[in-house]
Design a protein around this ligand. Sequence first.
Ligand code: ZN
Length: 228
Amino acid sequence: MYDTTIPSTYLKIIENNYKDINKSGITNTSLSRYFNDCFSNILRTSNFFSMWVCPACFALGKPMYGWGNKPKNCPTCHMHVYQVATFQGRASYTGDMFMYASLYLLNESFKFKIKSTSQTTRLYDLEVSHDIVIEAKGSALSVLNPDGSSSKLGRAGMSRSDTKKKAFANAVEWRKRVPNGQFYIITNSLPNNLIAYHDNAVTGIYDITKKNQLDAFVSELRRVSNGS
Ligand SMILES: [Zn+2]
C-alpha cells in the first residue's frame, strides 16, 4: 500500500511506532519517542546490545560476560575485558533507521513525495527532486539491553566529528555537480555551533527530532520545491 523503498524489517518497526504520532500529533515528546523506539527496535532485531566479554575466562571454558559497559577488569579473573558491539557495528543499522524513519515521517505527516536514493548515490540519502536533496545523519543515543539496562552510546548524529566531516564533504562534492541546488542535512543530534549553519555547499541543517526545527525544515522544503 505504502509506495516506498523502505525494506520490510525497517518498515514494520516504523509503521508500528508511527501510530503514536498519528494519535498524539507531532510534539517534541512524540518525535523523540518515535525515533528512539525505532532505534531500539532495530538494534534489538539485529541483536546489537551493549555487552562485554572476558576472553581469559572464555579460554578456560567458563564464559564470563555482562550487559552494558564493560567493568575495568573481569570480576572473576581480574583480566582485561572487551566491549562486544561497537559504534561501527551499530552505525549502519541506526543510520539506515534514521533515514527511513525520517522519510516515512516527512511523506506521511507532510505529504511530500521524497524518494530514498541510498542505493544509487552515496552523496545523499533522500531526494525531493534532482536539485533538492537531503543527507540523513542520525544514530542511536542509547541502547536497551536484554536485562532492561540502558547503555549510553556516546555522541550521535552531527555531534560526531567524523559524521559531520562526511556530510560536509558530500555536500561539497554534490555542489560541483549541481551548483544551484539545495543540499540539506537532517539529524537527531545537532551541536549548538551548527544550529542555523549554512555555507556555500550546505543549504541548511536541521535536528528534525525537535518540533520547531522539523517545522522550519518542512516550510523550507515547501518553499524551495514550489520554486523549482
Ligand atoms: Zn575473566
